[in-house]
Design a protein around this ligand. Sequence first.
Ligand SMILES: CC(C)(COP(=O)(O)OP(=O)(O)OC[C@H]1O[C@@H](n2cnc3c(N)ncnc32)[C@H](O)[C@@H]1OP(=O)(O)O)[C@@H](O)C(=O)NCCC(=O)NCCS
Length: 172
Amino acid sequence: MNTQNPINICRQTADDHAAVETLLDEAFGMDRQTKASYRLREGEQPLDGLAFVTKDNNGEITGCISFWKILIGDQHCEAVLLGPLAVAPDHQGEGLGKALMQYGISRVRNNGHRLILLVGDAPYYARAGFRQVPVGKIVFPGPVDYARLLYLELEAGAMQEMRGLVIAPGRA
Ligand SMILES: CC(C)(COP(=O)(O)OP(=O)(O)OC[C@H]1O[C@@H](n2cnc3c(N)ncnc32)[C@H](O)[C@@H]1OP(=O)(O)O)[C@@H](O)C(=O)NCCC(=O)NCCS
């Protein structure tokens, strides 16, 4: 945990785009765009005001998180896809990931969203309350390890009505 400096979280702007892409390559590797979550984000934009970065004292981007609208099942129930969340390798373990997640989730909640989904490491996200989606309940439009498909209810019971295929709004 970084106890020397407060964590500086700001909204991501268009000027941050290139630095965020470099950070994601460093954190996830160059093959990251083959993942199913990328298919859902392709051609879409993050939810308005729901993409954030952390910056160090020199203004360099050290972490990022974004949230995207998705639709689930025949009823097109609205939910939010979290990701990618990444922290620059030389800043990992300083609490940036946790801070970005807590801040981002609180903003998503304030905007009235009811459910967040993500594909990620369950032991890490369990710390923020994420649980595994029951296998077979929600289907991703591409190969995904369903042990890594996780959800967080922002409204009690929101998961109950979510069933079926996840699609991007642009494909609805
Ligand atoms: C995963 C990631 C976002 C975490 O951000 P971070 O700022 O390094 O994490 P924090 O400082 O908030 O938390 C650190 C704690 O999380 C744990 N942790 C980090 N990554 C973890 C993982 N993949 N699984 C389980 N625990 C993890 C650390 O061991 C540490 O535990 P401690 O508090 O008991 O010492 C960041 O390490 C990252 O970008 N990694 C590369 C991408 C990646 O592997 N993502 C996997 C998740 S999808």
